[in-house]
Each structure stands twice: as C-alpha cells, then as structure tokens.
Design a protein around this ligand. Structure first.
Ligand code: ADP
Ligand code: MG
Length: 403
C-alpha cells in the first residue's frame, strides 16, 4: 500500500546531522587510538622472548643462551622465568649475527649499501592490503637489521596510523606537501622517528591532497617535471641514511601516486585473488604502462629492478580463488611472488588496534591464525630482502653490468 507522505515526513539529512556524525567519528577514533596505545597513550613496540630473538638471528635457543653468558650483547630481563628482550635489544642481537654471517649488506652502511633502495606499494584499488604490506615490510626489514624510512602518500594516512602517529597531528612540513608545493626540495625536515626503532616516517594527512593542485600548477608555470618531486625530495643524504625507503600510495592514479611510482626501484602490487580485483588489476596495468610511456616521451626512460604481484588477503575457504589464481599466474607469470598472504583473524585483530601481526603481544601470539599470518609475512620479507640485495649491488656496479 502506498501512503502519501506529508512534507514533514520528507526524508532529510541536514548538514548539522552530518557535522554531528563527523564529530562522533573523530571522538571514536581518538578514544580507540588511545585505548590501543594504553597505558602510555603512545604506541609501544612488542617485546621478544629468547626463542623469537634466536629465530631472528637464525640460531637455536641454546646457542643464544650460551652467547648471552659470554657477555657483550644485551641480556634482556627475566620475567616469570622467561627472558624478554626489548625491540632495540633484539635488533642489537640481529645485527651481530646477520653481519657476522653474511658480510654482504645485511647491515646498514657496509660497503655494499651505498644508498637506499625504494619500494613502492601500489594498486588503484582500495582495501587490497597496500598499507598493511608497507607496514609489515618495514617492521620485517628492521628486524633483519635494516634502517627503514616509510613514506605515506595517501591522504587517508593509514600507514601513518600504523606507525603510531595520528594524521591529524601533522603539519604541512611533516609531510611530502612541501616538496610538492616547491617550498622545499628535500624531505629531510619531514622525517620523524616512530615508536619502532629503525623505522622513520614521513607521514600523511588529508592536507597533502593540496599536492593535486600544486604539482600541475608548477608544471604549467615553469615546466616542472611534476612526477619527480618525491624522487628529488628523497635526496642523496636521505638515501645515505637508510637501507630501504617504502612508499605507500592512495587508491588512485593521482599526482602523488605517479611520484611514488617514478621514485621506485621495486614495485609491489598486492592483489587479492577475486575476479573483481583481477579485472581491476588489468586496468591498473593499462594505466601503469601508459604512464611509463609518457615518462619515456619526456626522455625519462623509467626502469624498475623488480615488479611484483603479491597475492594478498587470500581466503582459504574461497573456492573461486583457485581459478582466479590461475588467471593471475597466466597473466603475470614470473612477476607473481612465490608467497601468498592469507586473510587471517590475526591480521584483522591487529588492525583493530592500529597495528600489524608484528605488533602482536605474546598473548595475542597464541591465537590459532597468528603463526600462519606471521610466517607468510616473514617469507615475503625474506623474498623482497633478496631483491633489495640485488638492487644495492646494482647501485655499486658500474652502469651496464647486468645482474
Ligand atoms: N592478511 C589480512 N588478513 C585480514 N585482514 C587484512 C589482511 N591484510 C589487510 N587486512 C585488512 O584489510 C583492510 C584493508 O587493508 P589495507 O592494508 O588498509 O589496504 P589498502 O591500503 O590497500 O587500502 C584493513 O582493514 C586491513 O586490516
Ligand atoms: Mg592504504
């Protein structure tokens, strides 16, 4: 039955309603951010038990205990008959073992690591796992002894939040906006330390959307190569300080994303094995190829050391995934990394607290899915670390010496 509506029954949402809703949402975010970081109101890194430190060092627990007794490395502290190490202490152990073992660039500033390799995580689709992948890679690399700079170019600031910084606290000069507007040529001033030692951050906030205006305006005014602002901003001094720069991008082909691609040595495209995401990825490659052809027209022939497709958020119970996986491997072949990131409750729980599986507390680590998630990310870190070694090596080889 259709009833006639009186004018007063007309559906209506006022701007005041929307404003009230917005205010409530902000309050919920800041309450929960604070709750996740309680009691210090600041995000704290996890602690590590001796098995975990031993695993990171690639030795067994007895060897670690034996070495600890010899002295010269952090002792950690005993707690409920377990020995616990802080993140910094764990990193000191890792440096000792990884350096002694490989002597080929596992540690910052060996002869073989002249400048940082740049990894850009991109896909025009949102929700595919870009920011989570960027954060986990950063944490995983830092646990292998590398110094990492993460750069957030997404105005939504998800990676910034994962790194323990509230986007709303950032000023223009804490972001990449200054190099987009031309107020600065270097990003050195925008870098800040984070709660996680050896990961530094250039954060993002909604205000960096201004770059979408500044970059084309500068290109029009004086022919500025709008795609190179970020690459130039990561100047030689910055590249000397870090082993890896990891750039997260927004789900759009905008001026900032183009800058992030142009700066990359390694491209990483997270892709869930669903039909929709696969179709969307074909459009991504269309635009990506066009973009690189345009660079070439300006005489900038862009080469990537590695282009990787990462199967992400893989749902073990999804029967259609197997078919889409076939499409993906048929289309992207050798570019598909030999690891899949499962969709897990552990990753979801971690995200609800503005963290990743690397932030999990010892109690959370007993969750059934934790180990599966952690091991997948560790394998990813290992594979990409291998690519990093090759990029670093290519930086010290004379031009033309292929690997
Ligand atoms: N492996 C995973 N398992 C379960 N949830 C995940 C996993 N990876 C990411 N997520 C969740 O999916 C959502 C989107 O991830 P995010 O990294 O923000 O994607 P993007 O940056 O591509 O938009 C987030 O809520 C995140 O917590
Ligand atoms: Mg994101």
């Amino acid at each position: 039955m259709v009833t006639l509506q009186t004018p007063s029954a007309r559906p209506s949402v006022s701007i005041a309603d929307l404003a009230a809703m917005r205010t409530r949402a902000h309050a919920v975010v800041s309450e929960n951010r604070a709750a996740a970081a309680a009691p210090s109101a600041q995000k704290v890194p996890p602690e590590f038990n001796s098995s975990q430190v031993a695993e990171l060092c690639g030795i067994d627990r007895n060897k670690l205990e034996h070495r600890r007794r010899k002295g010269g490395l952090p002792d950690g502290r005993e707690e409920a008959r377990r020995r616990m190490f802080t993140l910094k202490e764990a990193q000191a152990w890792v440096l000792e073992y990884r350096y002694a073992k490989t002597k080929r660039g596992c540690v910052p500033k060996t002869g073989l690591v002249p400048k940082a390799a740049v990894i850009t995580v991109g896909n025009f689709k949102g929700g595919v796992g870009k920011s989570t992948t960027a954060a986990t890679l950063a944490q995983g690399f830092s646990l292998r002894g590398h110094k990492v700079l993460v750069v957030d170019t997404d105005p939504q600031g998800s990676l910034t939040s994962l790194m323990g910084v509230a986007p709303e606290t950032l000023e223009d000069e804490d972001t990449i906006l200054t190099v987009a507007s031309g107020d600065a040529t270097s990003l050195a001033e925008a870098i800040r330390p984070t709660y996680w030692s050896n990961i530094h951050l250039i954060g993002a906030a909604p205000r960096i959307s201004g770059a979408q205006f500044h970059l084309p305006a500068r290109a029009q005014k004086d022919g500025f190569h709008f795609w190179s602002a970020l690459s130039i901003g990561l100047d030689a001094d910055i590249r000397d300080l870090y082993d890896v720069v990891i750039i997260d991008t927004p789900p759009a082909l905008d001026y900032l994303t183009i800058n992030a691609f142009f700066a990359a040595d390694i491209l990483l495209v997270p892709l869930p094995p669903s039909a929709m995401d696969f179709v969307s990825s074909t459009q991504f490659w269309d635009l990506f190829v066009d973009l690189n052809e345009e660079f070439a027209e300006y005489g900038m022939v862009k080469e990537y050391s590695f282009v990787n497709v990462l199967l992400s958020r893989v749902d073990a119970n999804d029967s259609a995934a197997a078919l889409v996986r076939e499409w993906i491997s048929e289309s992207y072949g050798k570019h598909v990394l030999p690891v899949e990131i499962p969709s897990t409750a552990a990753a979801k729980t971690a995200a609800a607290e503005f963290g990743t599986v690397y932030d999990a507390t010892v109690a959370q680590q007993s969750a059934r899915t934790y180990r599966r998630a952690y091991e997948a990310y560790e394998r990813l870190v290992e594979i990409v670390e291998d690519q990093l070694q090759r990029v670093w090596l290519s930086h010290v080889l004379p031009q033309g010496d292929g690997l």
